[in-house]
Design a protein around this ligand. Structure first.
Ligand code: HEM
Length: 116
């Protein structure tokens, strides 16, 4: 079971990397570009791996998660998915989308690391 947990953490960190890459790709695409669908894939990966990590928590001896922290991270990832999903079919991403989604990604990394 420890291997499964480590595998989920591994995928969770790759998902974070993907969202950070999205910040750079969206910035490089310029202000007239549409929203990159990769945001949704990264957010979905974070949601699935995060929920799975919490789900296997009772089966793993040494790990105990703070459920308020997890709830806040869950809300933040849903907010990322929501701001992207409502704009994904528009020809041009609104100007506020990149700073908003980027701030939410950085917020969740900060919560993951500093909320102990
Ligand atoms: C943008 C979305 C997210 C980002 C960038 C993110 C980032 C991270 C990072 C960097 C860690 C490692 C922290 C450390 O080891 O000190 C982590 C761990 C964790 N995250 Fe997330 N996370 C996100 C969403 C979520 C969601 C939605 C959930 C749950 C619903 C979640 C649950 C967890 C759990 C349970 C761990 C602990 C893993 C362990 O060490 O056993 N995360 N997250």
């Amino acid at each position: 079971m420890e291997f499964v947990r480590l595998l989920l953490v591994f995928l969770h960190l790759l998902g974070m990397g993907m969202l950070v890459a999205m910040i750079m790709l969206q910035a490089r695409a310029g202000k007239d570009a549409p929203v990159n669908k990769g945001w949704l894939h990264g957010a979905a990966l974070q949601l699935l791996t995060g929920v799975a990590l919490v789900g296997i928590d009772p089966l793993v001896d040494s790990v105990k998660y703070d459920h308020i922290k997890i709830g806040v991270k869950l809300l933040v990832v849903v907010a990322i998915a929501a701001v992207v999903a409502i704009n994904v079919n528009k020809p041009k991403a609104p100007s506020w989308l990149l700073p908003t989604a980027a701030s939410l990604v950085v917020l969740n990394v900060g919560i993951a690391v500093f909320w102990t």
